[in-house]
Ligand binder design. Structure first.
Ligand code: V0V
Ligand code: CO
Length: 140
C-alpha cells in the first residue's frame, strides 16, 4: 500500500529557527512553505531524496495557536517527531482498506495537504502511538 515515506513531520516552536538548523546542519533545501489554517500549522517541506516511489521530505511544523493539534502536542511532549506521512496511490482507497481493518480514521474524507496533496490521518492510539498520515501527491 505504501509507496515511500513521503515525510516525517516534526513539531517545533520556531519554524524559521528550525529551517535554519536543517539547512546549515544537513544541507536540506526548503521546497515549499505554507500556512494551513484548517490544520492549524505554518509549515515547510525540505527535500530529502528522490526515489522510485517518489520524493521524501522533512516537514517542519509550527502551531498557529496553542489549541491546535501541534500546539497541544508541543505543550504535552515538547519538540520532536509528530507524525509519519506515507505516500499512497489513492488516498480514498487506502482509507477504506485501513478502516476495514479496524483502525480509526481521524478524517472521514481526504483533506488539503502540503503542495497540493490529498491527505488523511489515522488515530495514533490505533497505530501503536504513532500519528500516521496518508499522502496522495497530485498527479504530475
Ligand atoms: C496526540 N497524541 C499523539 C499525538 N498527538 N500520539 C502520538 N503522536 C501524536 N502526534 C496522543 C496524546 O498523547 C493523547 O494520549 C491522545 O493522543 C489524545 O491527545 P490530545 O492531546 O488529547 O489531543 P486530541 O485528542 O485533541 O488530538 C489528537 C489527534 C489530533 C491525533 C486526534 O492531533 C489530530 O487530529 N491530528 C491530525 C491533524 C494534525 O496533526 N495536523 C497537523 C499536521 P494520552 O495522553 O491520552 O495517552 S498538518 C500536516 O501534516 C499537513 C498539512 C501535511 O502533511 O500536508
Ligand atoms: Co504532514
Amino acid at each position: 500500500m505504501f509507496l515511500r515515506i513521503d515525510h516525517v513531520g516534526i513539531a517545533c516552536h520556531n519554524l524559521e529557527e528550525k529551517i535554519e538548523f536543517y539547512e546549515s546542519t544537513f544541507g536540506l533545501v526548503v521546497v515549499s512553505r505554507e500556512v494551513n489554517e484548517a490544520q492549524g500549522v505554518r509549515e515547510a517541506m525540505l527535500h530529502v531524496a528522490d526515489g522510485e516511489g517518489g520524493t521524501s521530505y522533512v516537514q517542519l511544523l509550527e502551531p498557529l495557536s496553542p489549541e491546535t493539534a501541534v500546539g497541544k502536542f508541543l505543550a504535552k511532549r515538547g519538540e520532536g517527531v509528530h507524525h509519519i506521512g506515507y505516500g499512497v496511490e489513492d488516498v480514498t482507497k487506502s482509507m477504506a482498506e485501513i478502516a476495514a481493518k479496524g483502525v480509526r480514521l481521524i478524517d472521514e474524507r481526504p483533506r488539503h495537504g502540503s503542495m497540493g496533496a490529498s491527505i488523511a490521518f489515522l488515530h495514533p492510539k490505533d497505530v501503536g502511538g504513532v500519528l500516521t498520515e496518508l499522502v496522495e501527491a497530485p498527479r504530475a
